[in-house]
Design a protein around this ligand. Structure first.
Ligand SMILES: Nc1ncnc2c1ncn2[C@@H]1O[C@H](COP(=O)(O)OP(=O)(O)OP(=O)(O)O)[C@@H](O)[C@H]1O
Ligand SMILES: [Mg+2]
Length: 473
């Protein structure tokens, strides 16, 4: 986290109070630079040089009072955060102070904890502001196609550079990263920055298409090519002609199809099923997977030659827990993105809430963060998201398989024939079992199937039967 020295100006005519406050603050933050003055006029003189980050000011003072000082700061557009302190508990004064841009309001006597909370909020706010400014600079520097990707961590800077380099070539790119790290986002940026922008960007989610349909999905078919092929169909490779084909979840392509894909990627020619005419195509391939592809090669689940062909330009996106500095930035981004629609009152997250986010391991990465922010926006009662009670809720089912919840006693009054009842119970069990595994694996069918011991196709069909598969884009 960014931890700059904070420069604080204390403004109060009560000398004893100022000294106590200075001591307490110095004790808690040895790195803070603290200066004191006894009225608004002196304060303005000091502030003119722009050397302070935060002003903590009393309300009632001789010469120029707190409100006068605030108005001056406001009209001179000085960039400091002002915390107003007053002994009088005057609410209307507080409201007025806020109107002139006071960031927070404390009633005397206050304890240090209250002040610390106010300071932490300000420091957070400043950091976000600073990060956003840096980020804007970055976007300007990197330009088009990257403006959807948020992240200032050095590893993300590296990713931006890789996107730019990859976009300037026509090489096949392999994007690796855990679920929800932004692989598709990166794939799209490469396309949008390349000379193929404005041309089709076609996605095939190899994990979401049943094995028996994949081939026709890839290459298309002629009418009557197989039972059920009632009309001609154009495959995704053909649709991607002149543009980019995004082979998402390429690790899930069945071994039997891998050789064919290799050939097509190499030669740029396809043949529709049921036809013997080769079609010449011009496409660029970008692939992505969240599977441990090297290990799959060792286990002979993924062809090594295909791997070498597609990983000419590999890009590995780090998981969110390895770049926690980006969390506040992303939270801010999603509040801006969804706040308007979901809850325009919300301005930010409390320091305690942010702390919660910073210490969570994010197995679902940015997609999970995005969901959490959306849910919290909807349910936040005030202008700040105070905490994240749902954090990890999606993980409830991440216990090892042997600890999966036992199928609850089904709700049955034993009033039907044996076989019918048995089928119903099995059906309930199956749905719950598949759902639990899918949630555990963040919807990645291949992984859920592997844990279940069922083969991919069986798992897919059963899950589909129970309506457990969400349509992906
Ligand atoms: N760096 C980022 N900045 C802003 N939003 C991001 C970033 N990375 C991901 N997202 C958002 O998170 C969500 C998931 O991203 P995306 O679909 O690209 O991930 P993925 O790696 O393809 O996930 P999966 O492996 O599950 O397919 C999307 O809504 C995307 O817009
Ligand atoms: Mg994806």
């Amino acid at each position: 986290m960014i931890e700059d020295t904070k420069r604080i100006l204390l403004v109060d005519d009560e000398e004893v109070f100022v000294e106590q406050l200075r001591e307490a603050l110095t004790h808690a933050h040895p790195d803070f630079e603290i200066d004191t003055v006894s009225d608004g006029i002196q304060a303005l003189e000091k502030l003119g040089g722009g050397e302070f980050d935060i002003v903590i000011t009393d309300m009632r003072m001789p010469r120029m009072d707190g409100l006068g000082l605030l108005k001056e700061i406001h009209s001179r557009q000085l960039s400091v955060y002002v915390v107003v302190v007053t002994a009088f508990g005057n609410v209307s004064l507080a409201v007025e102070a806020m109107r002139y841009g006071a960031y927070d309001f404390l009633e005397k006597p206050f304890n240090m904890d209250t002040l610390e909370i106010a300071l932490a909020k300000i420091i957070r706010q400043q950091e976000i502001l600073k990060e956003n400014i840096e980020l804007k600079g970055q976007i300007r520097q990197y330009g088009e196609g990257l403006d959807q990707i948020v992240g200032a961590h050095p590893r993300m800077q590296r990713i931006y550079e890789q996107i730019i380099t990859a976009a300037d070539t026509d090489l096949t790119v392999l994007i690796l990263g855990e679920t929800g790290t932004g692989k598709e986002l990166v794939a799209r940026s490469i396309h949008h920055r390349s000379t193929r922008r404005g041309r089709p960007f076609v996605t095939i989610n190899c994990a979401a298409v049943p094995e028996n349909l994949l081939e026709s999905e890839f290459f298309g078919h002629e009418k009557g090519a197989f039972t059920g092929a009632l009309t001609q169909r154009i495959g995704k490779f053909e649709k991607a002609n002149t543009g980019t084909l995004f082979l998402d979840e390429i690790g899930d392509i069945p071994l039997t199809l891998q050789a064919k894909i290799l050939r097509v990627v190499q030669d740029g020619k396809i043949t529709r099923l049921g036809s013997n005419r080769e079609i010449d195509l011009d496409f660029r391939v970008v692939c992505a997977t969240n599977r441990p592809i090297q290990a799959m090669i060792r286990e002979k689940l993924f062809r090594e030659d295909l791997f070498y062909r597609i990983s000419v330009f590999p890009i590995t996106i780090p998981p969110l827990r390895e770049r926690t500095e980006d969390i506040p930035l992303l939270v801010n981004h999603f509040i801006l993105k969804y706040g308007k629609r979901l809850n325009p009152k919300v301005k930010g997250v409390s320091p305690a809430g942010m702390d919660q986010l910073m210490h969570y391991p994010w197995p679902g990465n940015i997609r999970e963060l995005e969901n959490i922010v959306q849910r919290s926006l909807v349910s936040a009662p005030g202008d700040t998201i105070e905490g994240f009670p749902f954090l990890g809720a999606a993980l409830q089912n991440s216990a090892p398989a042997e600890a999966l919840p036992r199928a609850a006693e089904p709700d049955l009054s034993y009033d039907a024939p044996y076989h019918e009842l048995k089928d119903r119970i099995l059906d309930q069990f199956e749905k719950k079992y598949l759902k639990t595994l899918l949630e555990k694996h963040h919807g990645v069918i291949a992984e859920a199937a592997r844990e279940s011991g069922l083969n991919y196709k069986t798992f897919y069909l059963k899950a589909e039967h129970h309506n457990l598969l969400h349509k992906r884009r």
